[in-house]
Design a binder for this molecule. Structure first.
Ligand code: FAD
Length: 384
């Protein structure tokens, strides 16, 4: 059989799983090349634990070179050009070509989209930002603690709410809660809106029951670093002593230049097969823009990158080996939401259901928190 090369662009959630599934399914005659600018993979769902001091960075990071034992060739470097017609990429000045390409490059984070924001707060959506937040918290003894969602869309709609609730729990544990005002400013109308009004209302109620002041529909306009204040487009101002924020997300420039984006500004794909307008080029995870019937996009979340990766890897295998039945991504997803006090909530459902996604939130409890801890442990065992 003619040797095929699968190029996987990005070694985050989607790329990691695509490479793993293929390494088991396509046999030894074919090549799997995984490319990432960073050889260190970091498990983002644990960043809020890292920021609040209950995880060490080394516990949630792994070297992608470890995948070599699974016959996955890892290339460390910046992808500076993608040629979709030729199925080639340029990395470290060298051209690498493939027969099939899977784009899993996620969303680029823009920490300073509002001038000065990066200097004023901690971007807890990055490993470094979470470490810095942890260090600043140690010297924080009271004042205005703010969690901010700078703009939409952003990945993991639960994460900022988790962060706010874990910070609140952290302040109680340190016995400084009575000296801290915690508020949350969100660019969106409510938490996890795509999952439905009921779920959104339930999460908001839990957040507010912890004494966290919640300000939805607040779009950041500018900051004043001297006065330490945030200014929103609706005229509202907020003073900040310690700021944890979700930065602006954007599609990587190299993907845009390759002509792979659609009307949404993100990569346009068939919502079932994840194939782009170029045959044998697939895109999965945060980089894609998939519209739902309710007029909003499928949220950006690791769980979708994961299930999409499994579908794409399966279908590539069927194509290469010429046997088996292809599969479709169904829009199913689930997530934990940490609440503090060793408890979590859990939501699961189908986001492709029409006219509205059908998502249910289960009663919060300690068992869901234990579930997330097990999920984290299993992640490294399974994929490295
Ligand atoms: C704090 C936090 C908590 C989260 N919690 C959850 C959760 O509980 N559940 C959940 O489902 N999701 C969660 N998420 C979201 C989840 O991490 C993302 O949705 C998921 O990682 C998306 O996978 P991806 O493969 O699309 O992109 P990513 O995992 O972001 O991977 C993209 C990779 O591409 C690489 N890359 C990009 N551009 C280039 C380039 N030009 N050259 C070389 N390499 C490049 C990047 O370095 C990166 O490694 C969380 C995210 C954060 C930040």
């Amino acid at each position: 059989m003619h040797q095929k090369t699968v190029l996987i662009l990005g070694g985050g959630v989607g790329g990691l799983i695509t490479a793993n599934v293929l390494s088991k399914s396509i046999g030894k005659n074919h090549r799997i090349i995984l490319i990432d600018r960073d050889k260190q993979y970091a498990f983002a769902p644990s960043f809020p634990w890292l920021a609040t001091g209950v995880r060490k960075p080394e516990k949630i990071c792994k070297d992608l070179n470890a995948l070599k034992k699974k016959r996955i060739e890892f290339v460390e470097g910046e992808i500076t050009e993608i040629n979709a017609e030729k199925k080639t990429v340029e990395v470290n000045g060298k051209v690498i070509s493939g027969d099939i390409m899977v784009l899993a490059m996620g969303a680029d984070l823009v920490p300073d989209s509002v001038n000065g924001l990066e200097g004023m707060g901690h971007n807890f959506y990055s490993l470094e930002g979470s470490k810095n937040l942890r260090d600043s918290l140690k010297n924080f003894h009271g004042g205005d603690l703010v969690v901010l969602i700078t703009s939409l869309p952003y990945k993991c709609p639960a994460a900022p709410y988790e962060m706010a609730m874990l910070l609140e729990y952290y302040c109680r544990k340190r016995k400084i809660r009575d000296k801290v005002n915690i508020s949350m400013y969100a660019a969106e109308p409510g938490p996890m809106g795509v999952a439905g009004k009921e779920l959104s209302g339930a999460v908001r109620q839990i957040v507010e029951s912890k004494g966290i002041q919640y300000f939805p529909e607040h779009q950041l306009e500018k900051i004043n670093a001297v006065e330490k204040s945030l200014h929103f487009t609706n005229g509202h101002e907020a003073h900040v002593d310690l700021l944890a924020y979700v930065p602006t997300h954007k599609v990587p420039d190299v993907v845009k230049s390759a002509g792979l984006t659609g009307e949404s500004g993100w990569v346009q794909v068939d919502r079932n097969t994840l194939e782009t307008k170029f045959s044998n080029i697939f895109a999965i995870g945060d980089i894609t823009g998939i519209s739902l019937a309710l007029g909003k996009p499928l949220p950006k979340a690791g769980v979708f990158a994961h299930y999409q990766a499994e579908v794409v890897a399966h279908n590539i295998t069927v194509d290469i080996l010429g046997k088996g039945k292809s599969k479709s991504f169904t829009g199913d997803g689930e997530c934990f939401i940490e609440l503090g006090d060793g408890k979590a909530g859990f939501a699961r459902g189908n986001f492709y259901k029409e006219p509205l996604p059908d998502v249910k939130m289960y009663k919060p409890g300690r068992h869901w928190h234990a579930g997330k801890v097990l999920f984290e442990k299993d992640w490294f065992r399974r994929w490295f």
